[in-house]
Design a protein around this ligand. Structure first.
Ligand code: C2E
Ligand code: MG
Ligand code: MG
Ligand code: MG
Length: 291
């Protein structure tokens, strides 16, 4: 367009940037309306017990269906929501939806199920997270042990008084706490001992190493060993291959999550997974080969 107008090329460039900025702004405006328009929904990804192949629970993962742009990935809209504070409302909405879903599955007889929900640091600093969680647990009559919050190392590293107090309150209620993307932050393993944490989720980047030609699995072995010594549950994320499964099993990892066992799916499809036990195939084969 700049060429047709005969303008200098930087004008085109500037306009391009304006368009990008404009699109960002327009996405942000539509994100504000997304909740009330019912465009935000939740997909569920199974976690599997490596020793028996059973589904232990699901992670709730937020999705946004934009009316014109289609599906916008959480890696795009969650950071945006964190920047403008909307994450507090979105986070509460996801929590309510996931707890209602957990209630449904528990009523169907899957009573040991654990529902994992991601929390952003903003949810610790604004509003009253503890009482909101309590309220949702009361409303859904969900045992607190069925609920697990996934937080990043960054939240622990901030070590603000309020965050630490809330984590302790949640733990005292019986809610489980898990460290997500473990190994990508700056925390040391010994650090874990001082926090009220139940589970460590090893980041996908370390799991990927198991299959790489220059396999460097030293870190993942160390994480599993130390976490187990601290009596923490160890979950591997991003498991895509049988080889990774066998390795994790051999080194004492408790649970796994990844495309091999199931992608994040609509609740109806997750229900089918639970009822049909379709998930048994993959880990069972890997287990048999690992023996
Ligand atoms: P996360 O909590 O680490 O979630 C795991 C991400 O890895 C998910 O991406 C999942 O789809 C993907 N994943 C799982 N297994 C595999 C695998 O085998 N291979 C590969 N390549 N990827 C796999 P997703 O759903 O796009 O979510 C991205 C991130 O967005 C999440 O990372 C989480 O940090 C954030 N997020 C999603 N929903 C929420 C939410 O409700 N609240 C907050 N605060 N953050 C959320
Ligand atoms: Mg997570
Ligand atoms: Mg993760
Ligand atoms: Mg991750």
């Amino acid at each position: 367009a700049a060429k047709e107008e005969g303008g200098p090329s930087f004008r085109f460039f500037t306009r391009g940037m304006n368009e990008a900025a404009q699109q960002r702004l327009s996405i942000e405006l539509s994100l504000r309306k997304a909740l009330e328009r019912g465009e935000i929904f939740v997909h569920y990804q199974p976690k599997v017990d490596l020793s028996c192949g059973e589904i232990t629970g699901f992670e709730a993962l937020a999705r946004w269906h934009h009316p014109e742009l289609g599906l916008i990935p959480p890696d795009t809209f969650i950071p945006l929501a964190e920047k403008n504070g909307l994450i507090v409302r979105i986070g509460e909405w996801v929590l309510r939806a996931a707890c209602a879903q957990a209630r449904t599955w528990i009523d169907e007889g899957f009573s040991d199920l654990c529902m994992a929900i991601n929390l952003s640091s903003h949810q610790f600093t604004s509003g009253n997270l503890t009482s909101m969680v309590k309220e949702v647990l009361d409303e859904t009559e969900l045992p607190p042990s069925c609920l697990e919050f996934e937080i990043t190392e960054g939240i622990l590293m901030e070590r603000t008084e309020k965050t630490m107090r809330i984590l302790s309150e949640l733990r005292d209620m019986g809610v489980r706490i898990s460290i997500d993307d473990f190994g990508t932050g700056y925390s040391s393993l010994g650090y874990l001992k001082r926090f009220p944490v139940n589970t460590v989720k090893i980041d996908r980047s370390f799991v990927r190493e198991i299959d790489s030609p220059h396999e460097d699995a030293a870190i993942i072995k160390a994480i599993i060993a130390v976490a187990r010594n601290l009596n923490l549950q160890v979950v591997a994320e991003g498991v895509e291959s049988h080889r990774q499964t066998e390795f994790l099993l051999a080194h004492g990892c408790n649970e796994a999550q990844g495309f091999l066992f199931g992608k994040p799916v609509h609740p109806d499809e997750a229900s089918l997974m639970l009822r049909a036990g379709r998930w048994r195939d993959a880990p069972a084969r890997a287990l048999a080969r690992g023996r």
